[in-house]
Design a protein around this ligand. Structure first.
Ligand code: PLP
Length: 394
């Protein structure tokens, strides 16, 4: 063998996902018999509603097991377009929708179809880490938009202005947001839309947590604002609202021009989303929505309880989360890094959490708490966290 590496240089900048590495440490402790409470989780702890599973089972029984059209089955594209028009105010036809293998495939398709190597895309920081790694995977450059606690973890236009270069091509928006739980208001999204229009940027809008909103706040789709349809790729999926993470189903909606570019990536990479899963997804959108509403109500109950617990520790501040199932409390006053804090809470309190630094440089000094675990487990986890933090302060 020669000396040449078998791995592409590009991959030097694509690390193994650290959240999984933490998972290995947790698994080791569990093997030793420790009772770990999982508050690092990024998926709903509910089962997929029965009517959705029934539809997929029926499809399997009827032999609906072959490739579907690349774009997805017509009834699902119709249901998605209908949902985007009625829930999100997006002027979308079924022909402007592609069913994808999870929201993540939609994001990767959007990036691959619109960015060339060396192009820059503005990405919130802290944010879901897949964004920056997907951008690097295609040889483009993610540029961090600082989300600061003092600004309620919301992007500021003056910060965005300062990041613009001749290479800036796109802006990624995620609301409700992971890991902060922050939801952008209509006015804040309108400001981002104005900015995108002024700077001639494409917008990729990840709306995966749109249904998980509390305290009466409303989710808005940036692609529905005047002049935004042509420059927005709306990405969404079934994972969170319908507790279907393992089904791997999502979708993109955009102008026909963008759809035409994205479908070429989709057809060469995955051909189509899983046939019988698509049949289930039709029922997710067209069937009863009560199971989803019950899940949201339960998340809200837990959210308020976690906030109660955090208020018992005066050293900890937390931007009030109004969406998703995460919050990002500040632990700076303890004088240790977020990774050290996550480790301390894992070993001292036997609670697994995610260090804020995992979500980007501006996540340092914070830890992400996920309440996608049962109410009872959340209670136990939070009691242990409060006790361990009080002990740390002494
Ligand atoms: N977008 C965000 C912001 C997420 O946090 C996640 C998963 O945690 C996803 C997308 C992934 O969605 P999917 O399971 O549909 O690929």
């Amino acid at each position: 063998m020669g000396k040449r590496s078998l791995i592409a240089k590009r991959m030097d900048h694509v690390p193994f996902q650290a959240i999984r590495a933490v998972g290995e440490e947790v698994a080791k402790l569990e093997k030793q018999g420790k009772h770990i409470i999982h508050m690092e989780i990024g998926r709903p702890d509910f089962d997929t509603p029965a009517h959705i599973k029934e539809a997929a089972k029926e499809a399997l029984d009827q032999g609906f097991v072959h490739y579907t059209p690349n774009y997805g089955i017509p009834e699902l594209r119709e249901a998605i377009a209908e949902k985007l028009r009625s829930d999100n105010g997006l002027e979308v036809e079924p022909a402007e929708v592609i069913v994808t293998v999870g929201t993540i495939e939609g994001i990767l398709m959007a990036l691959m179809a619109t960015l060339d190597p060396g192009d820059e895309i503005l990405i919130p920081d802290p944010a879901w880490t897949s964004y920056q790694h997907c951008v690097r995977m295609i040889g483009a450059n993610p540029i961090s938009i600082p989300l600061k606690e003092e600004n309620g973890f919301k992007p500021r236009i003056e910060d965005l202005e300062a990041l613009i270069t001749p290479k800036t091509r796109a802006l990624l928006v995620c609301s409700p947001q992971n890991p902060t739980g922050v939801v952008l208001s209509k006015e804040e999204l309108e400001q981002l839309a104005d900015f995108a229009r002024q700077k001639d940027l494409l917008v990729i809008s990840d709306e995966i947590y749109e249904k998980l909103v509390y305290e009466g706040v409303k989710h808005h789709s940036i692609g529905s604002f005047p002049g935004m349809k042509e420059r927005t790729i709306t990405v969404n999926g079934f994972s969170k609202a319908y507790s279907m993470t393992g089904w791997r189903l999502g979708y993109v909606a955009a102008s026909k021009e963008l759809i035409g570019a994205m479908v070429r990536i989709h057809q060469y990479c995955t051909v189509c989303a899983t046939s019988f899963a698509q049949k289930g997804a039709v029922q997710a959108l067209r069937g009863p929505q009560e199971p989803m509403h019950a899940m949201i109500k339960e998340f809200d109950r837990r959210r308020l309880r976690v906030l109660d617990y955090l208020s018992q520790i005066p050293e900890v501040t937390c931007v009030r989360p109004q969406g998703a199932f995460y919050m990002l409390p500040c632990i700076k006053s303890f004088g240790i890094s977020s990774a050290e804090m996550a480790r301390y809470l894992l070993y001292e309190a036997n609670v697994a959490l995610t260090a804020g630094a995992f979500f980007g440089q501006y996540g340092e000094g914070y830890i992400r708490i996920s309440y996608a675990n049962s109410y009872e487990n959340m209670e136990t986890g939070m009691q242990r966290i409060v006790k361990a933090l009080k002990a740390l302060k002494k």
